[in-house]
Ligand binder design. Structure first.
Ligand SMILES: [Zn+2]
Length: 315
């Protein structure tokens, strides 16, 4: 630091000041991220929906443990930038989980993978998401559509997927059919992931529970609330639910999403300890008090509205 320089240094005073201000404004490279440096925390990378005018990245969440980003849930548009801002590295991840493959949950996947190419990841990267149907690809198809060696749009990176090709690590996609009962999907050390199938119109969709040590974190994904979400969320330390429609929504909006009364019912029935609302859209932004009132009729615990890069440490 310039203050420690000798008083009669040969370095011109103006340069010392420049150095001082550079040091103040930009943290030096290698500074640890602030979320989850100790213990378990969830960081919201994207708190918005598909609309760019919400001025939020689309859906994406990071689970941190002791300074390491262990799991990524969804990778909507804008989340790759937030991932970098969070201080996370792709080489830290144990697993990527997808709730479904709408653009606002998966649009930045390829950007994250490309960034990982510059890191020194050696171990495979497991990726779990829904099985497909006539409308949506299965997880294995989704990944191959990007990185497959024959038809993948980014086939120039096929070494990250195709067995036998030279590459520092491999993506390992898996399809999860899911049922209404929570089922174990992935485990590595003290981190485990469970899923249930949820209803999101005709789109194959999953809700996820991540257990890290004794902490339970549940991600609703996009769903109308039917299915096994309440059981999955039972006694969660943190329940992140998607606030995509206001109370009174009807038609296609209601067939795709949970209104606040349904979120409150599930959070209350599941006795979750902390509720965070995310996937905030133009139709719910500005209605927070109405939303809070509806939820409080059925759930009395702490409730917060998420913003990009918010950090929720587990107590
Ligand atoms: Zn969505």
């Amino acid at each position: 630091m310039s203050f420690l320089m000798p008083r009669h240094s040969a370095v011109p005073r103006s340069l010392l000041l420049v150095g001082f201000f550079l040091n103040c404004v930009w943290p030096p490279a290698g500074v640890a991220q602030s979320c989850g440096a100790q213990g378990v925390a969830v960081q919201v990378l994207g708190s918005g929906g598909p609309e760019l005018q919400d001025k939020r990245a689309s859906s994406s969440y990071l689970v941190w443990e002791d300074g390491r980003a262990r799991a990524l849930v969804d990778a909507g548009g804008g989340s790759a930038l937030r991932f970098g801002e969070s201080g996370a590295q792709m080489s830290q991840l144990d697993v990527i989980l997808f709730s479904h493959f709408h653009v606002d949950h998966s649009g930045d996947f390829s950007a994250l993978v490309k960034s990982s190419w510059f890191e020194d990841r050696k171990r495979p990267l497991p990726i779990y998401g829904p099985a497909g149907n006539d409308f949506m690809p299965a997880t294995t198809e989704f990944v191959a559509d990007f990185f497959g060696d024959k038809r993948g749009v980014y086939r120039y990176l096929s070494e990250l997927l195709v067995p036998g090709e030279q590459g520092s690590y491999k993506l390992q996609p898996h399809n999860v059919v899911g049922s209404t009962k929570p089922a174990a999907v992935f485990r590595n050390g003290d981190l485990a992931a469970y899923s249930v199938r949820v209803i999101h119109g005709g789109v194959p969709a999953l809700a996820w529970r991540i257990e890290v040590g004794s902490k339970l974190i549940v991600f609703s994904g996009d769903t109308n609330g039917e299915g096994g979400l309440t059981e999955l969320a039972a006694n969660a330390d943190l329940f992140i639910a998607h606030n995509a429609v206001p109370e009174g929504a009807v038609g296609i909006e209601r067939r795709l999403h949970m209104p606040p009364s349904v979120i409150g019912q599930i959070a209350g029935d599941a006795h979750v300890k902390h509720l965070v609302l995310s996937h905030r859209m133009l139709r719910t932004l500005g209605k927070e008090e109405q939303t809070r009132t509806e939820i409080k009729k059925r759930y009395s615990g702490p409730l917060e509205f998420a913003n990009d890069l918010d950090c929720f440490p587990m107590k």
